[in-house]
Design a protein around this ligand. Structure first.
Ligand SMILES: [Zn+2]
Length: 328
C-alpha cells in the first residue's frame, strides 16, 4: 500500500502551530526569513510538553501573536502540502492569535481572506473548513465576549465549529455549560480537547456540560469501559494525533496508543497532525506511522475516512463516493 495514494481527512490541526524551519523555506523572499529559520532549527522538533511550554511556546507567541496575515501565509503553504498529500477534507483551527482586530468587522474581513485562500488552493478535489479554537479559561467575562464574537463570525458563514484546548483540570468546562449551549443553538459543531493529559472524567465533563460532538485526543477514554460504550453508542468521534500524543502525553510508545482499541471497538476516529510545526510532522507521516505500527489495511483506511467525513462539522455529501476513493 502506498500511503500517498490514500485519500485523507484531517479534523485536528492548529493554524498557530504550523511554524517551523521547513515551512518557512516556502516563504519568499527567503532572505527575509533566514533569521527566523535559524531560531526555529534550534527549537523544532520539540522534545516534550515542558520544552513546548518553555521554549517553542514563547517563541511562537512573539512571532505570530496578533499576526493573522503571517498565519494566513503559513496556512496557504500548509494547505498546498496537504493537497499534495491527497487530503480531500480539512478542518483547520483558527486561534486567538488570529484575533488581531478588536473591531469584529475588521476581523471578519481578515477571515474572508482565509476563506478565499482555502477556496483557491482547495479547488475541486479538496475542501477546507474553519473552526475557532480558544483556550480553557476561568474568566466568565472573557467567555461571554468570545461567544458574541464567535457568533458574529458564524453569521458571516466563516466557521462551522469551535474547539477548546488547554489544561483540563485547572479550567473545567462545567461552569460555562450555558455558553456551550449557545454555541450548539447557533449550529456550531463543538470539539473539546479532553483525556489528553488527564483522566476519563474530563471527557465525561466535555460531553455532559460542553455538548462535545468530537473529543480532541480522548486517549483516557480507554481507561473507562462505560465511557467507551457511551462513545460508541452515541457516535462520539475521537481525534487522534499520533506524533503529538507520543511527544506530549504519557503514551511514549506508539504500540501502546489506544488507536488499536478504537479500531477493535469500531469507534469513530480520525488521524491528525495537531501541531505539525513544533512536531515536524505531516499527514502522510502520521498515516505511515499508524500503518506500520498497527498494520492497517486499505479497508481500515476507507473506514477511517468515512467515519471522519461523517464527523465533519460541515455536511460533506457533495464529496462524491468516487472522490473519496483511493487514487488509481
Ligand atoms: Zn490540539
Amino acid at each position: 500500500m502506498n500511503i500517498q495514494d490514500i485519500k485523507k481527512v484531517e479534523l485536528h490541526c492548529h493554524v498557530d502551530q504550523l511554524l517551523n524551519q521547513h515551512i518557512l523555506t516556502g516563504l519568499q523572499p527567503i532572505e527575509k526569513y533566514k533569521k527566523l529559520i535559524t531560531g526555529l532549527e534550534q527549537l523544532c522538533p520539540i522534545g516534550s510538553i515542558q520544552d513546548w511550554l518553555e521554549n517553542y511556546g514563547p517563541y511562537i507567541d512573539s512571532i505570530v501573536s496578533n499576526n493573522g496575515e503571517f498565519l494566513l501565509k503559513l496556512l496557504e503553504l500548509y494547505l498546498v502540502k496537504s493537497k499534495q498529500h491527497n487530503v480531500i477534507y480539512s478542518e483547520i483551527m483558527l486561534s486567538g492569535f488570529t484575533f488581531q482586530h478588536e473591531d469584529i468587522d475588521r476581523q471578519i474581513e481578515l477571515y474572508k481572506e482565509f476563506r478565499e485562500s482555502a477556496d483557491r488552493i482547495g479547488g475541486d478535489g479538496y475542501r477546507i473548513e474553519f473552526l475557532i479554537a480558544f483556550g480553557r479559561t476561568s474568566n466568565r467575562r472573557e467567555m461571554e465576549l468570545l461567544l458574541n464574537r464567535l457568533l458574529r463570525v458564524k453569521e458571516a458563514g466563516l466557521i462551522c465549529g469551535v474547539a477548546v484546548a488547554g489544561l483540563e483540570e485547572e479550567n473545567t468546562v462545567k461552569p460555562y455549560t450555558d455558553i456551550f449551549s449557545e454555541f450548539k443553538k447557533a449550529g456550531l459543531g463543538i470539539e473539546i480537547h479532553a483525556g489528553e493529559w488527564k483522566g476519563p472524567q474530563f471527557i465525561w465533563e466535555a460531553l455532559e456540560y460542553g455538548y462535545a460532538d468530537r473529543i480532541g485526543h480522548g486517549l483516557a477514554a480507554f481507561e473507562d469501559p462505560v465511557l467507551v460504550k457511551h462513545i460508541k453508542e452515541n457516535s462520539i468521534h475521537l481525534e487522534f494525533c499520533p506524533t503529538s500524543n507520543l511527544y506530549l502525553t504519557k503514551y511514549k510508545k506508539i504500540e501502546d496508543h489506544p488507536l488499536k482499541h478504537a479500531l477493535a471497538e469500531g469507534i469513530s476516529f480520525s488521524i491528525n497532525t495537531d501541531d505539525p510545526g513544533p512536531l515536524c510532522c505531516n499527514i502522510n507521516h502520521e498515516f505511515e506511522l499508524v500503518q506500520k505500527t498497527f498494520k492497517l489495511t486499505e479497508k481500515d483506511f476507507d473506514t477511517i475516512r468515512e467515519n471522519s467525513l461523517r464527523a465533519a462539522f460541515k455536511p460533506t455529501e457533495e464529496i462524491t463516493f468516487e472522490n473519496r476513493r483511493r487514487s488509481p
